[in-house]
Design a protein around this ligand. Structure first.
Ligand SMILES: Cc1cc2nc3c(=O)[nH]c(=O)nc-3n(C[C@H](O)[C@H](O)[C@H](O)COP(=O)(O)OP(=O)(O)OC[C@H]3O[C@@H](n4cnc5c(N)ncnc54)[C@H](O)[C@@H]3O)c2cc1C
Length: 111
């Protein structure tokens, strides 16, 4: 943590998710309980249905939980949402004669 958080301390600090029983309890500063998503076949199948809820009504869903819950999954998810929003913005600025309305239609969202 010293390197990651740029701590200017002589003491070295560590965060671990594993082997807690092997750590001297006197050296534990804090124990925090976390929940982690449990990935099931149904859950993974649901991840493929992201476009069904993300985008319609201009509401987007983003988070590492759309992948395996790691940092890079969060980045991929954010990029996907950014691209979708950029697509919406671009589609709204198509010159007027090319479209009947400046609003994104349900068909366009579904596409
Ligand atoms: C101890 C620990 C160590 C980790 N180490 C690693 C690692 O080494 N490598 C790695 O790749 N990943 C690691 N992870 C996982 C990584 O932290 C997550 O993948 C990442 O933080 C998820 O980012 P996120 O933006 O999807 O969600 P989050 O970071 O959880 O962000 C969600 C945000 O939404 C806010 N929020 C929640 N509900 C609401 C609401 N109703 N209204 C408004 N705001 C709300 C929360 O306060 C939070 O700020 C670690 C996680 C933990 C807990």
């Amino acid at each position: 943590m010293n390197h990651l958080q740029r701590l200017r301390t002589r003491q070295q600090y560590f965060v671990t998710l594993n082997r807690g029983n092997e750590i001297d309890p006197n050296k534990v500063i804090r124990t925090i309980s976390y929940d982690h998503p449990v990935y099931t076949k149904e859950g993974i199948a649901a991840q493929f249905r992201h476009p069904e809820i993300s985008g319609p009504s201009h509401t987007h869903y983003c988070g590492a939980y759309w992948g395996w819950g790691f940092h890079e999954d969060g980045v991929v998810s954010a990029e996907r949402v950014c691209n979708a929003i950029a697509g919406e913005v671009v589609s709204r600025f198509v010159p007027a004669p090319a479209r009947k309305s400046l609003e994104t239609t349900e068909d366009e969202v579904a596409a």
